[in-house]
Design a protein around this ligand. Sequence first.
Ligand SMILES: NC(=O)c1ccc[n+]([C@@H]2O[C@H](COP(=O)([O-])OP(=O)(O)OC[C@H]3O[C@@H](n4cnc5c(N)ncnc54)[C@H](O)[C@@H]3O)[C@@H](O)[C@H]2O)c1
Length: 341
Amino acid sequence: MQVLVTGAAGYIGSHVVKQLLEQTQKEIIIIDNLSTGFLHTVDTLKAIDSTKRRLKFYKEDLANFESIEKIFKENNIKEIIHFAASSQVAESINKPLQYYLNNSVNTISLVNIAVKYGVEKFVFSSTAAVYGEPEQTGQLISEECLTKPINPYGSSKLFSEQVIKDAAKVNKNFKYIIYRYFNVAGADVDGKLGECHDPETHLIPLVVKTALDKRDSITIFGTDYGTKDGTCIRDYIHVCDLADVHIKALDFLENNESDIFNCGYGYGYSVKEVIDSVKKVSNYDFKVNIGVKREGDPSILVANCLKIKDKMQWKPKYNSLELICKTALKWEENFSKEKND
Ligand SMILES: NC(=O)c1ccc[n+]([C@@H]2O[C@H](COP(=O)([O-])OP(=O)(O)OC[C@H]3O[C@@H](n4cnc5c(N)ncnc54)[C@H](O)[C@@H]3O)[C@@H](O)[C@H]2O)c1
């Protein structure tokens, strides 16, 4: 029996496979088309597999339904963790159909094959973008809050959630966990894996690159929000804590019903605090520009994550902004060294 992890050549999926290798005996299948993921990440994971037998990699696109079905025929997949997706909000506004195809249509097809081949557990990467703008500024966002996405990325994920829920209603052996991630950040605490998006749009890796002189400066978009220091506040979850909840999800579904959970810490940091933290851990005072507010950037997005803590007995281990910035910095340093060697 194997667990299929789609998109594990990418940022979050690779951290999950590392933990699956280190903390379980499971055999793992990765499907990734390497559109935004990297072969070097798969090689790193293969090197972590001390048995050299537990990890199989298929370079394949989820859109190639026949090839994907062949993988199910050749293996005995009973669990799926589905990360593969396109995930840049701005790009989704310019290329909505690409997002609906890659995120929604490919998820429909994967769920369809999963049901056909008797998959019992399906863990899905959703996003806080399904909530859109909070109804009240500053309110902690719980799973019961209204889902009203404001971009095709969020809509494509919300639609996928519905597909998974509807499939589970009529297939009693098919259970799911839907995770709505807030801002995922940081890197593997052993320094083997980290974030490599191209182009990078996330704040922490951008600030870290600035601290390492890979960028001239960092821009704060808006300093007159109604927050403690006027800059936007977000809930940053360390990627290793997030990876841990995915391993937990598979155990949880043994004895519990399908469910939806927010993934965050329930506490937010401002853009200025992030910049100050990176300056502190890098010991480098880089240039910061002040720009105008961006459209569709709510002032505060913080998760209410009592549900996951309560129902899954989840205790985060890495909930410190300094640790998030430190691991992100270490990864960026190591990664550039490797590239230059
Ligand atoms: N990074 C975040 O802060 C964040 C926040 C919320 C939700 N998410 C979700 O988490 C998941 C993983 O995000 P990430 O940051 O690791 O992204 P990523 O781009 O690093 O990883 C996605 C992986 O999926 C692969 N992929 C994409 N389309 C594919 C396809 N059609 N067939 C096969 N492989 C395909 C890519 O090559 C890549 O390796 C995504 O579903 C994303 O929407 C991420």
